[in-house]
Design a protein around this ligand. Structure first.
Ligand code: ATP
Length: 239
């Protein structure tokens, strides 16, 4: 089976400094892959480059069999790649509803289809329905993450990339968000997850990759990584 995403020998540099140094991995359709690793390992750089925000110095990014490594962000969005960045980048002075509607802008949708997707978003996180007319910049951190995730899903991406969705959130909300990410997998969506919260991320993932110094140090099925001594000591608190 060909993978949905196949990254081959990807290098990304900021000037002379190479932050991603020869990364290769793949993700099958319907899987959740986690990228874990220490601060500064290159996780955010890797996602930004997969989305087309940073041009690669070299390497291949094959999405659904086509090399997209030189395509711009819009072209990648159209093909079904979507990134929720760490800062969540909502439109603060717009309402929850308007943020959701903007998430669907890539595809020109009929009103009925737009309504259907809004209903789905509200069913997923009822708290967003209660706050649909509230400005995004007045939401709590957890609600903002729910909105960022829901906004990304409005375009029905094929591959959703999430940069640190649990950052700064209370443990209960982290569970709620990661559980919802697990549900998305059962709906057939493919997810690439970057997380500091390695244990919680691996729990909802099919496979994991440890990124250290811009290179993949360990790769394997998520269950295997959770039980790997090196991973446990470095990233799972040794427990
Ligand atoms: P964290 O978990 O702390 O967010 P990360 O694994 O996501 O870290 P990156 O943010 O991708 O790591 O950073 C990888 C390396 O690239 C770091 O050494 C960082 O200092 C460097 N870097 C990131 N952004 C830039 C930039 N705009 N210009 C120069 N160097 C950068």
């Amino acid at each position: 089976m060909t993978a949905l995403l196949e990254v081959h020998d990807l290098h990304v540099a900021y000037g002379q400094v190479e932050a991603v140094r020869g990364v290769s991995f793949s993700l099958q359709e319907g899987h959740i892959g986690s990228i874990i690793g220490p601060n500064g390992a290159g996780k955010t750089t890797l996602l930004a480059s997969l989305m087309g925000l940073l041009p690669p110095a070299r390497g291949k990014v094959c999405f659904d069999g086509v090399d997209v490594a030189r395509l711009d962000v819009e072209a990648r969005l159209e093909r079904g790649l979507c990134l929720v960045p760490e800062q969540r980048e909502l439109f603060g002075d717009m309402t929850v509803l308007d943020n959701l509607v903007l998430g669907a802008y890539v595809k020109k949708l009929a009103t009925a289809e737009l309504r259907l997707r809004l209903d789905e978003a509200y069913a997923r996180f009822p708290r967003l329905a209660e706050r649909r007319d509230q400005r995004a910049d007045t939401l709590s951190g957890g609600e903002r993450q729910m909105l960022a995730l829901s906004r990304a899903l409005m375009s029905r991406p094929r591959l959703l990339m999430l940069d640190e969705p649990s950052l700064g959130l209370a443990p209960l909300i982290v569970t709620e968000i990661l559980t919802e990410i697990g549900h998305l997998r059962s709906m057939g969506l493919s997810v690439l997850l970057v997380e500091q919260n390695a244990r919680a991320a691996l729990k909802v993932s099919s496979e994991g990759h440890v990124l250290e110094g811009g290179q993949i140090a360990i790769s394997g099925p998520a269950e295997q990584l959770i039980n790997d001594d090196r991973v446990r000591h470095a990233y799972l608190g040794g427990a």
